[in-house]
Design a protein around this ligand. Structure first.
Ligand code: TRP
Ligand code: SF4
Length: 526
């Protein structure tokens, strides 16, 4: 496969924040190293199953402005993290940076997201993906060291607390690599081929960087399981999905609902569940509903009404008939996936109330699925397992390049580096394309197109900071025709100049903090 540049390089403009959806309809591909052309965010919901962030917003205590403004537009399973933040329970946040160039204002979004979670009590992790930069991008160790330092200084300058949080680089973290090795045993080449388009020509180190990222994502849970959020761009979603799968595969037990002693496939189980609800035990000989009765009921019901494919029907009937007079009773099942014998025995002991033990599973009759999941995790952790919770993620929109089109780290005029001289930052904004009209008169009449304006994005994503009213005023004045691009850019350019000057001052101030932080700044190989 091709290895492109960083995510921002290849991504198309995220539409700014007020449209909530986004227009346009190119193909959508999520490729961490390739061309993630995200021109239609709606497709990410429909095709990839990313959930809309606005639907969890209310559950987030004191949400960040990037959340409020829809810059963070999507998530996977963020609710447990929001809940932990609300309740003051353990949670973690982790993201990683490939040190391939200067940190820029796109990376600042992720820095801010990590810091925000840290300030709300989450264990915070920032990592330098040096193995990935070396294998997927061919960066030398010297270059990596230089860029790594720059990322870390900006992260600290923006408020990351290195004493409370954890910083590491992939290459010198032995625990991480052990975890990566272990997770690698649960993934195979065909899977990486399907997810990432790897082929026979993909080098092994690149594959190793994938399992390393899987380990990164689960690293915060190494000591104990906790809700963990990974803030990233949507191009990283394939990694998040794989990590969620792998987390599941390491688990000792699988908890599910069941109706009888034998296993049913999900579609079969739904059918039996429906009939269990419909049938009245009083209508059968000894007042109990038995497997044969369910089988008979199925046979009497026309196929259309059952709404299941014929082969499901065949297999469920066989199972029910074989079980014969066994009563149908709902229960919570712990299926033994990869527990040690000791862990399986410990689980049996730990289950309260009526239970039944089989060769590969235990059924509990007085436990809800939720409680059972907690119990399974507890027993797993007590018996040497990880008990990983599936990691959550949040996704932010990509910024539009200042020159229009993509923001590209190889086109300096298209982005603002956090290391840009403040005067250069000023000039770049002054030279930016806008969503303005041909003439001032036309703009006064029709209003500007803030939704298509990279300068407006600068305000919303960065310059307005926490001040929603300011962001809204810029937007309203623009689309209302009261704001003209010249003045608007002048204001933005001045604000960027101020921001860069302040940020760079802070970077200088945190040099000492970085020296004291527990991370190797020089690669042993450089
Ligand atoms: N692959 C990420 C990138 O392209 C970097 C990365 C490595 C990362 N490990 C991670 C991101 C863990 C989030 C979580 O920039
Ligand atoms: Fe963009 Fe400002 Fe012009 Fe509106 S007035 S189009 S926000 S530069």
């Amino acid at each position: 496969m091709m290895t492109g540049d960083d995510p921002l390089e290849e991504s198309e403009s995220g539409k700014p924040v007020t449209d909530g959806g986004a227009a346009g309809a190119d193909d959508v591909a999520l490729d961490p190293w390739g061309s993630s052309a995200v021109s239609d965010y709606r497709k990410l919901f429909e095709e990839f199953g990313i959930e809309r962030f606005d639907e969890v917003l209310e559950e987030v205590p004191d949400p960040h402005y990037l959340m409020r403004r829809g810059v963070i537009f999507g998530h996977r399973d963020y609710r447990p993290v929001a809940e932990a933040l609300r309740e003051g329970e353990d949670a973690a946040v982790l993201s990683g940076f490939m040190p391939t160039g200067d940190p820029h204002i796109g990376h600042k979004l992720v820095f801010d997201e990590i810091i925000w979670h840290q300030q709300r009590g989450a264990d915070a992790y920032g990592l330098i993906a040096d193995l990935e930069a070396n294998s997927a991008r061919g960066m030398s160790w010297d270059e990596i060291d230089e860029h790594a330092r720059d990322y870390l200084l900006s992260l600290l300058a923006l408020g990351f607390d290195p004493e409370e949080g954890t910083l590491y680089r992939q290459s010198t973290n032995r625990e991480l690599q052990d975890l990566a090795f272990e997770l690698g045993a649960d993934a195979n080449f065909s899977e990486l081929e399907a997810i990432y388009g790897f082929d026979g020509g993909t080098d092994v180190s690149h594959m190793q960087s994938v399992v390393t990222q899987m380990a990164d994502i689960l690293y915060p849970q190494l000591e104990e399981p906790k809700p963990t959020v990974i803030p990233v761009g949507p191009d990283q979603d394939p990694h998040v999905r794989l990590a969620r799968d792998l987390a599941e595969r390491t688990r000792f037990f699988k908890v599910s609902k069941a109706y009888a002693s034998f296993e049913l496939e999900p579609a079969e189980r739904d059918l039996v569940a429906d009939l269990y609800e419909q049938l009245d035990p009083a209508e059968f000989d000894d007042d109990s509903l038995r497997c044969v009765h369910v089988a008979e009921a199925i046979e009497e019901t026309p196929l259309e009404e059952l709404g299941v494919p014929a082969d499901t029907l065949g297999s469920v009937l066989t199972k029910l008939e074989e079980a014969g007079m066994e009563p149908v009773r709902p229960r919570t099942r712990f299926f033994d996936r990869r527990a040690t014998d000791e862990a399986f025995d410990a689980l049996i002991d730990a289950i309260d109330g009526e239970k039944r033990v089989y060769e590969n599973h235990v059924d509990a009759f007085e436990l809800e699925v939720g409680e059972a999941e907690e119990l399974a995790r507890e027993v797993e952790v007590d018996n040497g397992g990880y008990g990983f919770r599936p990691p959550s993620s949040i996704y932010h929109r990509f910024m539009t390049g200042l020159t229009g089109g993509k923001m590209s780290s190889s086109v300096p005029a298209s982005h603002i580096s956090l290391l840009d001289d403040p005067e250069d930052g000023y000039d770049k904004v002054k030279a930016a394309t806008t969503g303005g009209r041909e003439t001032a008169a036309e703009q006064r009449e029709k209003g500007g197109k803030a939704d298509e304006c990279p300068v407006y994005e600068l305000y919303a994503y960065l310059l307005a900071g926490d001040d929603d009213e300011f962001a809204k005023r810029v937007y309203d004045e623009c689309v209302g025709g009261e704001r003209l691009c010249g003045d608007c850019k002048e204001q933005a350019a001045q604000l960027i100049r101020e921001f860069l000057a302040e940020h760079q001052e802070k970077r200088a101030e945190v040099e000492g903090l970085l020296e004291d932080a527990d991370i190797e700044l020089e690669s042993p190989r450089a």
